[in-house]
Structures are given as structure tokens and as C-alpha cells.
Design a protein around this ligand. Structure first.
Ligand SMILES: Nc1nc2c(ncn2[C@@H]2O[C@H](COP(=O)(O)OP(=O)(O)OP(=O)(O)O)[C@@H](O)[C@H]2O)c(=O)[nH]1
Ligand SMILES: [Mg+2]
Length: 205
């Protein structure tokens, strides 16, 4: 049994669908918005001894200043560092339909893509990272997931990384792979109560 409050954080670039995924997975109604930058402070949901946190989206969104984006990224990084002792897992949400294109744009500018930097940070600071490759309903290129895992520093094929990357569509409710493994992970940590946070939990098993 783990004692004290534990936390699972959802992080990712703005508009990738973090809040949508959060409320598709969990029995809560996180605020969702059409405009990027909707979540400006963390939305939390506690069940049992686990706090689930939907963090604000970072990244360069047109329409808001570069300074604002930098501040959000700093906020997210500080939040995770400050709560590292209780964070048991992180979910990095990416938009599978635009991830590679955006990463390559950053690389052409000679910069490290922000989402790759975040993945490395989460991998270092949190005990377990689940990458939710969201908006799969918009993807028709079957090779795209291989390209994504490669960008994240893993050797394709992506199927070898099924315990790291989870193709989902939060909007369509197609999140069963991720839900199952998150739930299983909490149970393996002795947090059976919190595993009831997930929608579709029957309470059986
Ligand atoms: N096609 C598609 N659209 C999605 C999916 N998930 C979310 N969206 C849409 O993406 C947009 C952003 O969703 P949010 O959940 O607000 O994204 P967010 O990452 O929380 O955004 P911030 O709070 O600004 O960081 C909304 O228009 C959603 O309807 C999905 O699986 N497929
Ligand atoms: Mg949000």
C-alpha cells in the first residue's frame, strides 16, 4: 500500500485534447473549449488518495504572445517539479495528426521541439509516462505512429512501445487501451480505490 496523496498529471501542448481526454477517461467534467488556451489553471479531480490533474496547455499558439506561452510552460514544469514526490504517473497528450509536422518545423529552426523536450522531462521526473496519441480519427497514414515514436527517441515499430504510446480518439470515446493500462497501473500500486475514477469501471474484477 502506498500512503499519502498521489497524483497523475495530464500535460501537453495547447489544443491537443487534454481536457477532452481527461473527461472521457474519468468520471469528471473538466472544462473543454474550442479556443486554445482554455485551461489556464489546473483542473483537479480527486478520488481515493489519487489526484488527477489536467494541466494548462503549453506551446506556441497564435493569438497569444510568446511570453504567455513561455510562462505556461514554466508553470507546468515547476508544477511537476514541485509535486514530483507524489506524482506516480504522467500522461503526455499529443495530437497525432500534427505532431510530426510541428516537430519538424521546430527542427528546421534548429530548436528542440517542445513536445519532445517535455517527453524527456516527464520521463526523467515522473516514474511512468503514458503518451496519449490523440485525434487518431484524423490520421490516415498508417506509418505515422512509427514516425512519432521515432521522434520521441524510440525504435519503430510503434507496436513494440504499446506500454508507452496509446493511439486514442478522446472525442470519439476510443480510449480503452489507455484506460485499461492506467487502471491496471493504479491497481499495481495498491491504489484500487482510485481505479474507480475511470468511466466504464464496473467495479468488478
Ligand atoms: N478530431 C478530434 N478532435 C479532438 C479530439 N479530442 C479533442 N478534440 C478537439 O480538440 C480541441 C481542443 O480540445 P481540448 O480538450 O480543449 O484541448 P486541451 O489540450 O485541453 O487544450 P488547452 O486546455 O488549451 O491546453 C477541441 O475542439 C476538441 O473537440 C479527438 O480525439 N479527435
Ligand atoms: Mg484543456
Amino acid at each position: 500500500m502506498v500512503s499519502g496523496l498521489k497524483e497523475v498529471v495530464f500535460a501537453g501542448r495547447s489544443n491537443v485534447g487534454k481536457s477532452t481526454l481527461f473527461s472521457t477517461l474519468l468520471k469528471t467534467n473538466a472544462r473543454k473549449g474550442k479556443r486554445p488556451g482554455t485551461t489556464i489553471k489546473p483542473n483537479t479531480f480527486q478520488i481515493g488518495r489519487v489526484l488527477f490533474t489536467d494541466l494548462p496547455g503549453f506551446g506556441y499558439v497564435s493569438g497569444v504572445g510568446k511570453d504567455f506561452n513561455e510562462r505556461i510552460k514554466d508553470f507546468v514544469v515547476h508544477y511537476i517539479e514541485n509535486n514530483a514526490s507524489r506524482i506516480i504517473a504522467s500522461v503526455e497528450v499529443i495530437d497525432a495528426s500534427s505532431f510530426v509536422e510541428i516537430a519538424e518545423r521546430w527542427e528546421r529552426r534548429g530548436e528542440i521541439p517542445i513536445e519532445i523536450e517535455m517527453f524527456e522531462f516527464l520521463d526523467e521526473v515522473t516514474p511512468k509516462v503514458f503518451v496519449a496519441a490523440n485525434k487518431m480519427d484524423r490520421v490516415d497514414d498508417p506509418r505515422l505512429l512509427d514516425k512519432i515514436v521515432e521522434k520521441l527517441g524510440m525504435q519503430p515499430p510503434w507496436q513494440n512501445w504499446r506500454h508507452v504510446i496509446y493511439p486514442v480518439s478522446a472525442k470519439k470515446g476510443e480510449v480503452e487501451n489507455l484506460r485499461r493500462d492506467l487502471k491496471q497501473y493504479l491497481i499495481s500500486m495498491g491504489l484500487k480505490d482510485a481505479s474507480k475514477a475511470f468511466r466504464g469501471s464496473s467495479g468488478r474484477r
